[in-house]
Design a protein around this ligand. Sequence first.
Ligand SMILES: N[C@@H](CCC(=O)N[C@@H](CS)C(=O)NCC(=O)O)C(=O)O
Length: 210
Amino acid sequence: MKLYQFPVSHYSAKAHIVLLEKGLTFEAPPLTWAYLKSPEFLAMNPLGKVPFLQDGDFGIGESEVIAEYLEERYPSPAMLPAVTEARARSRWLSRFHDLYLGPQLSTLYFALSDGRAGQPGFEVEVDRLHELITMLEAQIDPSPYFLGSQFTLADASYAVSYLYIGMLSSAHGKPVTREAMPRLASWFDAVKTRPSVSAVLAATEAALAG
Ligand SMILES: N[C@@H](CCC(=O)N[C@@H](CS)C(=O)NCC(=O)O)C(=O)O
């Protein structure tokens, strides 16, 4: 199996964590951003984005689709709850990440690297991150994971994004503090000790430092 990914990509991190949780063996070929738009990669994934998973003859993109594919193809250990409502809840959290929080973090990440941080009008983007965190806090009650004692696809979605919430909001001059996200912070204290999450966090931190 091959996972096309970047260690700095919060969406890639989700797929990476799911692979590790399921004990699957995979390669992660080193990539450049330019390669994502190469004819070779676009032929596999027309959106030219990571993560992208190749499992034998089958290839698929989009982090949540990859995660759900892995869950169905390699069901043990289960990463979706058995109860229908809890499965829906896990999916809601993953969707909230992929459609709202994740893109907002990407906006702040690229603004920082493009030197657009601090420009007039940009504060609205940091404020939007604060709004999203407030919404998320109201939706979760971790014990210790989002859906209880089972580590689910939803937990895998947020691990590296948590790192970015603190880092990017601070870099943009308006930190989201632990006090502003006590539930998410207590959730992070629990997930960061899992071998899968700590390995992926370490890879992200090393890539950001290097
Ligand atoms: N909804 C997608 C988002 C993937 C995404 O935006 N990946 C970024 C890296 S974090 C990417 O590949 N960007 C390259 C580009 O858009 O050109 C998912 O969940 O996989």
